[in-house]
Every structure is written in C-alpha cells, then in structure tokens.
Design a protein around this ligand. Structure first.
Ligand code: BDR
Ligand code: CA
Length: 316
C-alpha cells in the first residue's frame, strides 16, 4: 500500500477521484491539499472536506493551498462544474474532519520527508502547490516515489484552447517548473482521459441508491446533465487516481515533457521528446475496461458513454 497526497481543485471529477482513492486498497490517503482551479481555493477546500466527510474519511486532513497561479490571475471552470463546483450536490455528511493551519506546499514537503521513498503524489488541479513545494524542498523529486499528473494534451487537442488542457493552461509556469524538475512522473492527459466517461443513462441507474459512491456520482453530475445538457462527461481525475494505484493501466512513451508558457496562443501546450532514459511517461493508451471495473467495484459507478463527436471545452 502506498501513502498518497492528493492535490485537488474539487470539482466534479476531483470529487469522484477522491471517492475512488479512498476505496482503493493500493492507496492510503494521508492528506489532501487544495488549489485554485475549477473553483477558488476556499470553495475547493470546503468541497474537498465535504467529499471526504461524505465518505466518512474524517481522519484525512485537508490543507488549503495557493489561491492563484504563480504569475497569472485565476480563471475558474464553474461553467463546467456548477456554481459551487460540485454540480449543486446535496450531500450533508454527519461529521466533519480537520482543515489544517499548515499550507498545502508545506504539507506536501513534510509528507515527502516523512514517507521518503514511498510517497506517491497525485495532482488533479493546476500545479501551483507543487511548484511552490519545490522551492521549499528542491530534493522533492528524489524524495517521492512517484508523481501522477492529470494534465496535458499531447497528441490530441486541448480542452481550453486548441492546444492546452485546463490544469496546465491554468498555471503554465508552475507546470513548466514541475515538468523540468525530474520527478518520476506519469502524465495522464486528455489523450487517455476523454475516453473514460460517465453518461446520462449510467446516472439514471444510480437513482435512489443510498450508497456513498453512487449517491455522490448522482448528485455531482446534476449540473452536467440537467443544466449544461451534455450526454456524458470525461472522468479525467478518476483515471489519474486509478493510474496512481495501478500504473499498468496505461501504456505510453518515456519522454522529456516541456510546457510552453508563451506565446499566448500556445500557452499551456505540452510537448514531449521521446527518450527511453527519461523519468517521465506520457500516457498514450489506457485500459478503459479495467478502469471501469475499478470504478464499478470500488466506487459503485456504472460505466457508460461514447466519446463526444465534438471536443468538450472548458469555461474560459
Ligand atoms: C481537468 O480540468 C478540471 O476541470 C478537471 O477537474 C480535470 O482535473 C481536465 O482538463
Ligand atoms: Ca481537477
């Protein structure tokens, strides 16, 4: 079992990813850190606490992180995730766990030192906290066992611009710092996440369930299906968590990854140079059936949905 710290901007798919992480026997969630992304950091922190509490994980601490990207103003994706970021979910946990006084980057550093050689970091939002953590502890890439990033669009179009994926686009300078730092990284980008989906019919099959996983999925998908009117949405962040537990779920290419920070039309583009000796793997294929199986067996989710005929895009 690997100790993990999960960095989130909770977020509909972050919420489902947290539920999955708590249920996977390969992972022991020791802390969850938050960052401005889909919503502002205060909302992300509240949402994260609420989701963990919903699953009864009151002993898992939450640490608040960066309120804006390193150099740019924060742009949210509420249009995609709903005004509260959780699709208007009606979930009232019975008990509530702690929100730490320590800031997210410091929590990441302390965890890396405490679990030196075994900690896995899973980043599901903009990479601001990890970039700051690297300033606090430059040995972080050697201390952590591995890093899984939901981010990037490598051989596929982006979801914010034709080239950029939301998490990388939101804070490209942070993503650049993290990409160049030498972590043993698996980049779980849109190349593999857009094919693993949750659709309207799958949601309907969960109606009336009082189990925490199905209830969460039913509630957080309210905005997507009832307000935005989409037929399905991608389970980006749950795929990354599944990969953190089972790296064999993806295939890809060993490569050095670079993040473009300018010019503006290419901002947030992820490019890679294949090199068998590189510490990073760029995921290019995913065993979707196996991911669905985990989601079904561990979270109680129904699978469903084909890739949309036109690319989904994020708010900004
Ligand atoms: C990523 O952007 C966010 O909106 C999702 O939570 C996911 O982490 C997908 O581009
Ligand atoms: Ca996210």
């Amino acid at each position: 079992m690997f100790p993990v710290v999960i960095d989130v901007d909770t977020g509909v798919d972050d919420a489902l990813a947290l539920g999955l992480a708590l249920a996977l026997p390969e992972l022991s969630v020791i802390a969850v850190t938050t960052v401005a992304g889909n919503v502002d950091v205060d909302q992300a922190t509240q949402n994260t606490r609420r989701v963990l509490d919903w699953f009864g994980a009151v002993s898992v601490p939450v640490a608040r992180g960066a309120s804006q990207p390193l150099l740019r103003p924060h742009r949210d994706a509420r249009e995609f995730h709903g005004p509260d970021g959780l699709g208007g979910a009606m979930l009232v946990p019975q008990r509530s766990g702690p929100i730490l006084d320590t800031a997210a980057p410091e929590v990441i550093v302390r965890a890396a030192r405490r679990y030196a050689g075994s900690l896995r970091l899973v980043c599901l939002g903009p990479l601001t906290n990890l970039a700051i953590a690297l300033r606090l502890e430059p040995r972080l890439p050697e201390l952590v066992e591995g890093l899984v990033i939901m981010g990037g669009a490598f051989a596929v179009p982006g979801n914010v611009t034709p080239f950029a994926e939301f998490n990388v686009w939101s804070d490209p300078e942070a993503a650049h710092i993290v990409a160049e730092a030498g972590f043993r990284t698996i980049w779980v980008g849109l190349d593999v996440t857009t094919g693993v989906r949750f659709d309207r019919a799958a949601r309907e099959r969960l109606a009336g369930s009082d189990r925490p996983g199905p209830r969460l999925a039913y509630e957080v998908s309210r905005w997507a299906f009832d307000e935005r009117g989409v037929d399905s949405f991608a389970l980006h962040d749950p795929v990354a968590v599944a990969v953190a537990a089972r790296p064999d779920l993806v295939t890809g290419e060993r490569a050095f990854v670079h993040v473009l920070t300018s010019p503006s039309e290419l901002r947030g583009r992820t490019v890679w140079r294949a090199d068998a000796g590189a510490p990073a793997l760029v995921a290019q294929g995913v065993n979707a059936e196996a991911v669905y199986k985990l989601l079904r067996e561990r979270l109680g989710l129904e699978e469903g949905g084909k890739e949309p005929t036109r690319p989904e895009s994020h708010a900004p």
